[in-house]
Design a protein around this ligand. Structure first.
Ligand SMILES: O=C(O)CCC(=O)C1=CC=C[C@@H](O)[C@@H]1C(=O)O
Ligand SMILES: [Mg+2]
Length: 358
């Protein structure tokens, strides 16, 4: 488990979560459209001496995996945000795996974006033909945006060959994110793409955030781009060090947090130098996948951290007490979250190794 020295110092001086977090508020936020199988996003807001932070591991994650998300919450609750190099962060639109006719209404929440990410290959939701129709609808709705697709590792090698070939026929692709599940599969597919001269760069997401060695993507030449999320990687400082060590163009993305957690992602994106390596592929400033507040029907802050003119402002987001109360998780779910937080704290304090399940 990569723990930044700053977070390590905080942990060394804190005996129990109650010594750092003066508030722990689990909430349940409804989504506008099903995303990653979710129609309600449960998450947990915490308040520490530096301000509000978010502990947001998806509910099915086990303690070792969720513990890295706790490190991110500890960092944001205890430490200042790193120094930004810009005053806004460009974001991509995010289009869930909806039928093509629903694309214009979702795209309308993202005026002025320079890139758009489209979910594809959602098992049981859409066929390849429906994915292609969605991508075509996205190109019509946001004609000036570079198109990215995200398969969340759902293809086999052969399915990926078919899908990438068909997707490339719909127009230019900035990249396809995690077309196959594991890092060796990504490397093999990227080699095939190169031999086939298919103009489809490969991005790695799960192969960065759900593996024991996030640097194996770079070592194996498995991707052209890495997608990096602050919460699953143990916080802003830990994620920034992985980006530096990988030496690949990076796109910072959300982990479907509320606006409080998204602010930490925006701080990471604004802290990164505009890498010359990425400029050919990602344009002069990479658009971060941090526009996901627009997918929520409710948020904990008003206004939430929603994209305006294709970008997000920087700085901490303060939740609104009325919204926290309106969306508070019920007693049983609140107990789940407080027990989970305690279990992750114990795991981290004991220095147990973090497995990266599923
Ligand atoms: O990158 C984006 O545009 C939005 C974030 C996003 O797509 C995701 C957030 C959280 C969980 C994931 O299923 C998903 C992703 O795979 O990148
Ligand atoms: Mg992804």
């Amino acid at each position: 488990m990569l723990i930044s020295p700053e977070v390590r110092t905080v942990l060394d001086h804190t005996a129990a979560p109650g010594d750092l977090f003066e508030r722990v508020v689990p909430v349940a936020l409804p989504m506008k459209a099903r995303f990653r199988g979710l129609t309600v996003r449960e998450t947990c807001l915490v308040k520490g001496p530096a301000g509000w932070a978010e502990f947001a591991p998806f509910t099915e994650y086990d303690v070792p995996e969720a513990s890295r998300w706790l490190l991110a919450a500890v960092e944001s609750a205890a430490l200042p945000l790193p120094r930004p190099l810009r005053d806004r962060v460009l974001v991509n639109a995010t289009i869930p795996a909806v039928p093509a006719h629903r694309v214009p209404a979702i795209a309308a929440h993202y005026p002025g974006v320079s890139a758009v990410k489209v979910k594809i290959a959602e098992r049981g939701i859409a066929s390849l033909d429906e994915d292609l129709a969605r991508v075509a609808a996205v190109r019509r709705a946001l004609p000036d945006a570079a198109v990215r697709c995200d398969a969340n590792g759902a293809y086999t090698h052969d399915e990926a060959k078919t899908a990438l070939t068909a997707l490339a026929r719909t127009g230019p692709l900035q990249y396809v994110e995690q077309p196959v599940p594991d890092v060796h599969g990504l490397a093999r597919l990227r080699e095939w793409v190169s031999i086939a001269r298919l103009p489809v760069p490969i991005a790695a997401d799960e192969s960065i955030r759900k593996v024991s060695d996030p640097l194996s993507v770079a070592a194996l030449g498995a991707a052209d781009v890495i997608v990096v999320k602050a919460q699953p990687l143990g916080g802003i400082r830990a994620a920034a060090s992985i980006i530096e060590a990988a030496g690949l163009p990076a796109v910072v993305s959300s982990a479907l947090e509320s606006s409080v957690g998204l602010a930490a992602g925006a701080a990471l994106a604004a802290h990164l130098p505009l890498s010359s390596a990425g400029q050919g592929l990602l344009g002069p400033e990479p658009a971060a996948g941090l526009g996901t507040a627009a997918l929520f029907a409710a948020d904990v802050a008003a206004p939430g951290l929603r994209p305006q003119d294709g970008s997000l402002p920087l700085g901490r987001v303060e939740p609104d007490e009325d919204l926290l109360a309106a969306h508070a998780a019920g007693p049983e779910r609140a107990r789940f979250w407080t027990e989970r937080l305690e279990a992750c704290w114990t795991h981290v304090a004991r220095g147990e190794d973090s497995g990266r399940a599923g």
